[in-house]
Design a protein around this ligand. Structure first.
Ligand SMILES: Nc1ncnc2c1ncn2[C@@H]1O[C@H](COP(=O)(O)OP(=O)(O)OP(=O)(O)O)[C@@H](O)[C@H]1O
Length: 225
């Protein structure tokens, strides 16, 4: 469903990604790991269209979207949750959801993220990091993406919320109606959530394999400096 073929790109004259290829099959979750500065966010942005590929191709459901701007990719079913649990801080959690979804959609999201039910009237800026992360994911899911791209969904959030996010991803991919690409530093979470992983180092894919706990040691050794 998402195919990145030999993409080279970066910012201005700075090349960050060097002939990166990666594939996320329909209905699967794939984790992208690597050290700080390896280019993980840049690769996600290349998938979203926020970073232009100087060479190579990005395909969504077999269609070449390399020349398409982000909004056109969103129309084709892509949803992006950037790093940092962003939402409109002065608006309530409910208002943040109402900007994107109708009543039925919001009710579905509250079933998926029950913790948000009691927080609807609270200003998003006053929520904890974990609560804001759930709100950001819910808001993106309200756009009904078929491909969800998450940048470090567990960064700086408490373990009980990490478990909630893990459950939601498993539930949605388990239904077969969502494909997920996530950047993740938390190896345990990444390998439990994803059926395959890629490791990016200095803008190049240096390892890939299947997810699951048996990959844990291999991934850790790959990530060790
Ligand atoms: N907007 C930008 N303009 C110029 N260079 C950038 C920009 N954003 C990132 N970079 C550079 O691109 C390289 C890769 O950054 P990127 O954020 O993709 O890495 P990352 O693997 O996601 O790291 P982190 O885990 O710290 O988020 C870094 O050297 C960074 O300084």
């Amino acid at each position: 469903m998402l195919r990145i073929e030999s993409v080279t790109g970066g910012y201005g004259r700075t090349t960050v990604l060097h002939e990166v290829s990666l594939e996320v099959p329909t209905g699967a979750a794939v984790a992208l790991m690597g050290h700080n500065g390896a280019g993980k966010t840049t690769l996600l942005k290349a998938a979203v269209g926020l970073v232009r590929a100087k060479s190579g191709r990005v395909l969504l459901d077999g269609e070449d979207v390399t020349g398409l701007r982000p909004s056109a990719r969103v129309k084709r079913g892509l949803g992006y949750v950037p790093q940092g649990q962003q939402s409109f801080g002065d608006m309530t959690a409910l208002e943040n959801l109402q900007l994107v979804g109708d009543r039925a959609g919001i009710s579905e999201m509250l079933d998926l993220f029950p913790a948000l039910k009691d927080l609807l009237g609270r200003r998003a800026g006053l929520l904890s990091g974990g609560q804001r992360q759930q709100l950001s994911i819910a808001r993106t899911l309200l756009t009904r993406p078929r491909l969800l791209i998450l940048d470090e969904p567990t960064e700086g959030i408490q373990p009980n919320v990490v478990a909630e996010i893990e459950r939601v991803i498993a539930e949605l991919t388990g239904r077969g109606d969502l494909t997920v690409l996530l950047v993740e530093q938390h190896v345990g979470f990444a390998l439990r959530t994803a059926s395959a992983y890629y490791i990016l180092e200095s803008g190049r894919i240096t390892a890939r394999g299947d997810g699951g706990s048996e990959a844990h040691d291999h991934v850790r050794s790959q990530l060790a400096v």
